[in-house]
Design a protein around this ligand. Structure first.
Ligand SMILES: *Cc1c(COP(=O)(O)O)cnc(C)c1O
Length: 381
């Protein structure tokens, strides 16, 4: 069978090193956030890598994501924090998941499911500290704590955690972080006054952990950082963990004045060579980077020219005629001079998280469990 044309190489050694870095930085109080297929890097395999590297918990958004990890044989504690009141909490409780609850409706539903199973659900009360997203609004916190206390005494739930999330943590020392941190401390005190005694209290994600603005609580929920992304832009310890490589499918020499792609937005200034790459915005190359991005061809950066199409882009290789089949690196850790995801994010006007979670299904995933392994396209990155 012909090798796949495009591959997303997942560098386990980088993820392992990043996880070990955070495990050390948090004294082992690391919840590895592996939502959205581990930020686009893969599922149970990555969960195992981060657990082996020192994470003691896993975190995901939906209970379905957590159940998929359980089905893959992961038995570490897993917290899920984003579920509708009518989610299948029976399956979640039966699988021994930890569930974050943002409202009396969700708490009651979890408690009912646990009571029916004759079990005690493990819940984390989730407070909204200011971003008006998934936690309990502060004005509803007392009522949520009261209900938790009551349901806990009836035996169907146990409040094992309290969680909050910072809105502005990517800016070190932001005054909003100080305010939200104080709100969090107050919320924990209010819960304790109602005789709730959570064993884990958790606030910080990657940015607040790197900057220290979220220090002093029990667990750190680290997602982006595991994959070499630091939203605060201040850490130098992290390594990107993906390389996107493809192969040229066609090339041609064109005369000065030749237009390229839809709308003929780009016009060649001189005689040059163009190579066609079989990756487009359906594969995760952001169309908004048209006219700005570059790729690595034969060890040199070459510009992508013209508007990105759904299935393909065109690279201007100057005086070099590239044969079909030659490898091209779209992004990688940057060691060989290839663009990084951070550069792509800047070209597209977005953040790295969006790019790594959007590589399309046509791209084959290749897990490189150690640094020496290559993809089937060779040692291109
Ligand atoms: C995604 C997420 C995290 C992880 O954040 P990173 O910045 O990726 O480390 C932590 N907590 C919650 C509630 C999240 O949604």
């Amino acid at each position: 069978m012909a090798p796949p044309v495009s591959e997303l190489l997942v560098h386990h050694d980088a993820i392992r090193a990043n996880a070990a870095h955070f495990a050390a930085a948090t004294d082992g109080r690391l919840m590895a956030v592996v939502k959205a297929d581990a930020f686009g890097h893969g599922h149970e395999g990555i969960a195992r890598v981060v657990l082996d590297a020192g994470a003691s918990w896993l975190g995901v958004a939906s209970a379905e994501e957590a159940l998929a990890l359980r089905a893959g044989g992961i038995d570490a504690p897993i917290l899920s924090w984003l579920n509708a009141p009518d989610a299948d909490f029976s399956a979640a409780v039966a699988a021994d998941l930890d569930l974050a609850v943002p409202s009396p409706a969700v708490l009651s539903a979890v408690s009912r499911a646990a009571a029916q199973l004759g079990r005690r659900a493990r819940v984390h009360l989730h407070i909204d500290l200011g971003m008006a997203r998934e936690g309990c609004p502060r004005e509803g916190w007392s009522a949520l704590c009261e209900l938790a206390r009551e349901l806990q005494s009836q035996g169907a739930v146990r409040v094992v955690g309290i969680m909050g999330h910072l809105s502005c943590a990517e800016v070190a020392g932001h005054p909003q972080s100080r305010l939200e941190r104080q709100r969090f401390v107050n919320a924990v005190l209010a819960a304790r006054r109602r005789r709730l005694s959570p064993n884990v209290v958790h606030l910080a994600a990657t940015a607040a952990t790197v900057t220290g603005d979220g220090a002093g609580f029990g667990l750190h929920r680290i997602g982006a950082g595991l994959f070499g992304i630091d939203p605060s832009g201040t850490s130098t310890a992290l390594r990107p963990a993906l390389s996107l490589v493809t192969r040229v499918v066609g090339s041609r020499e064109v005369a000065a004045g030749t237009g390229v792609g839809y709308g003929l937005d780009h016009v060649a200034e001189t005689r040059t060579n163009l190579a066609l790459l079989p990756l487009g915005y359906a594969d995760g190359l952001p169309r908004s980077a048209s006219g700005r991005a570059a790729v690595l061809v034969r060890g040199r950066r070459r510009p992508l020219v013209g508007r990105f199409s759904m299935d393909m882009v065109v690279v201007d290789t100057g005086g070099e005629r590239i044969r079909p089949g030659e490898p091209v690196t779209v992004f990688g850790p940057g060691d060989a001079g290839e663009p990084t995801v951070a550069e792509w994010a800047a070209w597209a006007g977005t953040i790295e998280h969006e790019l790594v979670t959007r590589v399309g299904a046509r791209v084959a995933r290749v897990h490189r469990v150690d640094a020496s392994a290559g993809g089937s396209l060779g040692r291109t990155a």
